[in-house]
Design a protein around this ligand. Structure first.
Ligand SMILES: NC(=O)c1ccc[n+]([C@@H]2O[C@H](COP(=O)([O-])OP(=O)(O)OC[C@H]3O[C@@H](n4cnc5c(N)ncnc54)[C@H](OP(=O)(O)O)[C@@H]3O)[C@@H](O)[C@H]2O)c1
Length: 274
């Protein structure tokens, strides 16, 4: 399924993007890794190299996904150097947490620009190539925060809910052209993003997000690849998270009740007095 295919992975220098890169190259895909920081991209190549047993090609492209022109330029460079892509994985993302009243509008824009528009621009850039081939695969890395509301994640949840809506519409619209969409909704997993979050997050956010077990990035990557291989549209990594997602689908009032209870028991608020 992946052998001889060219996969673009945004956010490929870190966390889940890098872990997916190791698995795809091990299965015979060529990789185009996209992120802003060139040094991190170079270190990622070294880390991924041991998984490259089939001696596939791996290239890096520095690009800011918030900037449509930068995406267009990187997409052109990929086509020139590696040929038209077959797979796009949108994993580039940022997280900002805090009490809603303390989060400036700029932060909402930054998070939307990265998590939503960054994915949109990349889809727009690869689509003509996928249509020309009559084949393609788009994997949008969203989050359980794209399904549920989470305390402190107003900006992040808004961006991931928007991404879920886009993915759901495109699934319908592009299926007749043999372009497959996958929506990946992991719970919290260990990565540099979460290491940073842990330095400043609110107590309410930590307790609520961790009512679902924190996963390893390796397990999230394994479940994502398995979902792609099986043609699963909604990929929810982890057995417990899958059960929770189903419960939420059929009994949303129950999962709301659980969240409300967790927050009531742990509420501090902006003033810290509860
Ligand atoms: N970790 C979790 O608990 C968790 C849970 C659910 C969903 N997710 C989602 O999973 C995805 C990966 O998260 P992660 O935890 O692996 O994060 P991570 O380790 O922080 O990696 C984020 C990647 O995105 C890139 N990136 C960020 N802003 C960018 C921009 N403007 N342009 C280009 N690249 C950019 C970063 O590279 P540069 O900074 O060099 O650009 C980095 O490669 C994200 O979409 C995240 O929302 C994460």
């Amino acid at each position: 399924m992946f052998r001889g295919k060219t996969a673009i992975i945004t956010g490929g220098s870190s966390g889940l993007g890098k872990e997916l890169a190791k698995r795809l190259i091990g299965k015979g895909a060529d990789l185009a890794l996209v992120a802003r920081d060139r040094d991190k991209l170079e270190s990622a190549i070294e880390e991924i190299a041991p998984a490259n047993s089939l001696d596939r090609r791996i290239e890096t492209y520095s690009c800011d996904v918030r900037d449509a022109a930068s995406v267009e330029q990187a997409a052109k460079a990929i086509c020139d150097r590696q040929g038209p892509p077959d797979i796009l994985i949108n994993s580039a993302g940022i997280l900002r947490e805090g009490y809603f009243e303390t989060v400036p509008t700029d932060t909402f824009e930054e998070v939307m620009d990265t998590n939503f528009y960054g994915s949109l621009y990349w889809i727009q850039s690869v689509l003509p190539h996928f249509k020309a081939k009559g084949d393609g695969c788009i994997v949008n890395i969203s989050s359980m925060s794209g399904i549920l509301g989470v305390f402190g994640y107003a900006a992040y949840c808004a961006s991931k809910h928007a991404l879920n809506g886009l993915t759901s519409s495109l699934r319908l619209e592009l299926a007749p052209q043999n372009i497959r969409l996958h929506l990946v909704c992991p719970p919290e997993f260990g990565s540099p993003m979460v290491d940073e979050l842990n330095t400043y997050r609110t107590k309410e956010n930590r307790v609520l997000a961790q009512t679902l077990p924190v996963m390893t990035v390796e397990k999230v990557a394994d479940d994502t690849i398995r979902g792609m291989e099986r043609g699963t549209y909604l990929i929810v990594p982890g057995t417990y998270t899958r059960m929770f997602e189903r419960l939420n689908r059929f009994l949303p009032s129950l999962t709301r009740m659980v969240s409300d209870r967790v927050i009531r028991q742990n509420y501090k608020g902006v003033s810290g007095r509860g």
